[in-house]
Design a protein. Structure first.
Length: 121
């Protein structure tokens, strides 16, 4: 009944209050459906349920369509990337900080840099 690209755009269908609803995930699918809806309805009028025992009970009188704008959720696993860089400093710099806490912190950093540098060589 529908072309394969239109079939891919149909999210789901359901019947409510004797109306068959088609739910599309893209507006183009609904537009194509609206263009063909009269031919679908006229084909259903000519269909007699007595030809098919499974379809004896007519479940719907009207057909409608709408679009849902819920995007597909892509669950990409976030990779924990640990980036490491080669230390470019040699640790040979002067520390002229008056604040004692800050000065000791800078000296600890300098010490760590010198240890890393000595381990790399």
């Amino acid at each position: 009944m529908f072309t394969p690209p239109i079939q891919k755009m149909i999210k789901f269908a359901y019947i409510k209050n004797k109306t068959l609803f088609f739910v599309f995930n893209h507006p183009v699918g609904k537009q194509e459906f609206d263009n063909n809806i009269q031919s679908i309805k006229s084909a259903l009028k000519f269909y007699t349920p007595t030809e098919c025992k499974e379809c004896e009970e007519i479940l719907f009188d009207d057909i409608k369509a709408f679009v849902t704008y819920t995007p597909k959720v892509q669950e990409d696993e976030l990779k924990d990337i640990v980036q490491t860089y080669k230390e470019r400093s040699s640790g040979d710099f002067s520390i002229d900080i008056k604040d004692e806490k800050l000065n000791s912190l800078a000296k600890e950093i300098q010490k760590i840099i010198k240890e890393i540098r000595s381990n790399d060589s």
